[in-house]
Design a protein around this ligand. Structure first.
Ligand SMILES: O=P(O)(O)OC[C@H]1O[C@H](O)[C@H](O)[C@@H](O)[C@@H]1O
Length: 529
């Protein structure tokens, strides 16, 4: 009779060189369905193999999908790509060393002590994840990274207030396309702050972007301090191991080569056949089985380690932007996706775990367990005993094991990724594991994981709002009296609700005059005096 230990060993994948385990013992996977679906999984792995060999997997945009080459440049199908990656590494190494050793100085001759990264989506989430996961561990004192990832004036003001003088601050403007509005705005706001502080923006500005993009051209024209490449074969949400994530990591003093090594080692593991022995394939199969191939259950990401609390935010983009698709690759309407949320344990146990155990059964959990309580040291001697013979770390691990068991008891599935510690190699491996699982799952459900047609609709509509705002401002007359939103909308042939929405925002910010904003039909707007 197989006992619980046999069951665990049967559903455990372990890789010695990574010291990472994937524990599927509570994942409710079963051998018969895995055997029956082995051909599909093997075909998905074949497809990934072709992608790694340079297939144009992003058919709509006619692009190769090369994030796997970022950690193993020799795999790239074109020697020019291999060279470009190696060149970028050399450039990152030299620049970060120059900043950290004080050869690259600010205009006042003093060292740079921090950076503000301006970017959004894939151009911010990866660097944020790395900073949160690795900073305390690797960097030592002396360099800080702040991120400006929105066009919210209050957020920008807060960041500027926190930073104070920008004299010792590098400004990293990160945008693959080089034309993202939020990032442009953040850059313009920081440029204005430099002018206010009598500092030269180009002397501290660095661009990470596609060669020839609008941002790249601007950086060239103005002679920015440095320019680093992005490539069209790397998607924003898989760009963390390109200069997008590596340069900030290097500036922070992280072991970015270990990050690459960890990812490359996970890629190796992720190429293992048969699929039953392959961690990424089993993870993708878990998603498929739990959500019936239609994302019917959400993935709750629960790392029991504060430093990984941004993992779920990072994975939200990677998974949901890749898999959330209306059409499959045959053009059929499929409305696919896989919702991701989570923060960290045991914190979330005091928030929504109640529903996970007792409520709606529309999820499965992926735990991340970190065996070592404190990095690089054993805590035994001198540990604080919160109870006799019990440390805080014992409690944290107990909460993980307890929550997992409590969910299993109610028939809720989970998988656990077990790391020895949160170091650069482990973080690289985690990133690669999920990237590969996304690639495999996309093959299983037949969607293009590498485009994002859905994000355009909101951007276009926002442009329309600003066009309407310009028309409304032009149509307003100077007071007294004024016009209602309805009158203005009629004059402009526009939607009166849209006109009201624009006006109430402008009025609240003192850009137009209004008698009162209480009644949308009666409010009288006039040009601000
Ligand atoms: O790096 P950027 O070109 O500025 O793009 C930033 C982000 O915005 C877009 O809307 C995409 O949906 C994301 O995939 C991308 O990461």
């Amino acid at each position: 009779m197989a006992d619980a230990l046999d069951h665990y060993i049967t559903w455990r994948l372990y890789r010695t060189e990574l010291d990472i385990e994937l524990d599927f013992a509570d994942a409710q996977l079963d051998e018969p369905s895995l055997t029956a679906n082995a051909p599909r999984l093997e075909a998905a792995l074949d497809a990934l193999h072709r992608i790694e060999g340079g297939a144009v997997a992003n058919v709509d945009e006619g692009r190769m999908v090369g994030h796997y080459w970022l950690r193993d440049p020799e795999r790239a199908p074109d020697p020019a790509i291999t060279r470009a990656i190696h060149d970028s590494w050399r450039q990152i190494e030299a620049f970060a060393a120059g900043v950290r050793d004080g050869q690259i100085l600010a205009e006042d001759g003093k060292p740079f002590t921090g950076a503000i990264l301006v970017g959004i989506g894939g151009s911010a989430l990866g660097p944020q994840l790395l900073e949160a996961a690795l900073t305390a561990r690797d960097s030592g004192p002396g360099f800080s990274l702040r991120v400006l990832d929105n066009t919210d004036p209050a957020g920008i003001a807060d960041l500027l207030a926190e930073t104070g003088t920008l004299a010792q601050t590098l400004i990293l403007v990160v945008s693959k396309s080089g034309s993202t509005v939020e990032t442009r705005n953040g850059m313009l706001e920081l440029r204005a702050a430099c002018v206010r502080q009598a500092l030269e923006f180009p002397k501290r500005a660095i661009a990470i972007t596609l060669e020839g993009s609008a941002l790249d051209q601007l950086a060239q024209r103005e002679g920015w301090l440095a320019r680093f490449p992005m490539w069209d074969w790397v998607g924003g949400r898989t760009s963390v191991l390109s200069p997008v994530g590596l340069l900030p990591a290097a500036l922070l003093g992280h072991d970015w080569r270990a990050l690459l090594r960890g990812a490359a080692a996970m890629d190796q593991w992720g190429r293992v056949r048969p699929a039953r022995r392959n961690p990424a394939a089993l993870l993708a199969w878990l998603w498929h089985q739990q959500g019936s191939g239609h994302g019917l259950r959400d993935m709750v990401i629960l790392p029991y380690k504060d430093r990984l609390s941004l993992l779920s935010r990072y994975l939200q983009q990677l998974v949901m932007e890749s898999l959330g698709k209306r059409l499959d690759r045959q053009g059929r309407e499929v409305w696919q996706g896989l919702a991701v949320y989570g923060n960290k344990g045991s914190t979330d146990q005091h928030a929504y775990v109640q529903q996970l155990r007792d409520g709606l059964h529309n999820f499965f959990a992926v735990f991340v367990r970190v065996l070592r309580d404190l990095d690089g040291q054993v805590t035994g001697p001198g540990m604080v005993e919160v109870e006799p013979q019990v440390s805080s770390g014992d409690c944290l691990d107990g909460f993980y094991q307890g929550t997992r068991a409590a969910l299993a008891e109610r028939g809720r599935a989970s998988a656990t990724i077990v790391l020895r510690q949160v170091d650069a190699a482990a973080v690289g491996a985690l990133i690669a594991l999920f990237e590969r699982a996304v690639g495999i799952y996309a093959e299983l459900i037949d969607v293009n994981a590498y485009h994002q047609p859905g994000v355009e609709a909101g951007k276009q509509a926002a442009k329309g709002v600003l066009t309407l705002q310009a028309a409304v401002l032009a149509a307003l007359t100077a007071g007294p009296g004024g016009k209602t939103a309805r009158e203005l909308a009629e004059a402009l042939g526009a939607d009166p609700v849209a006109v009201w929405q624009v006006l109430r925002h402008l009025a609240t910010n003192g850009r137009v005059s209004v008698d009162s904003l209480v009644d949308p039909a009666a409010a009288q707007f006039a040009r601000a005096p």
